[in-house]
Design a protein around this ligand. Sequence first.
Ligand code: FES
Ligand code: FES
Length: 142
Amino acid sequence: QPGEWAYSDKLKEHFMNPKNILQGENTDDFDGVGMEGNLQCGDQMMVVIKVDKEKETITDCQWKTYGCASAIASTSVLSEMVKGRTLDAAFHISPKEVALELGGLPDHKIHCSVLGDKALRSAINNYYTRNGQEEKVKQEQV
Ligand code: FES
Ligand code: FES
């Protein structure tokens, strides 16, 4: 419809008020750091996590990006979704779940939502590497 946004209210809300933005450059307090670039648009994303080492659950997830509105909203919602999840469960979150949680994303914007989820997986693998565990591999969907 002309004059109507293709974005859900929830997406707009997360874009206007993104949650868990990483402030500053210092990532020393975090247990895993992940950085990804998007080949399609050249944008970059950093995701950092804190981990409860006993339970292997994510206790905090912060991020920052030079990506677009969809990347911002998707990663904002993702950073909320992963808190309290095990590393393994967080590793397997799919871009589809994130898009669903956001109330849908235009198809040509799915690649933007993938950015946060890839950077999250790098952060989780960074945690595994630092802790002498093997990295995981995920088949890319989408
Ligand atoms: Fe431009 Fe994602 S590549 S919107
Ligand atoms: Fe680059 Fe969306 S256009 S992340």
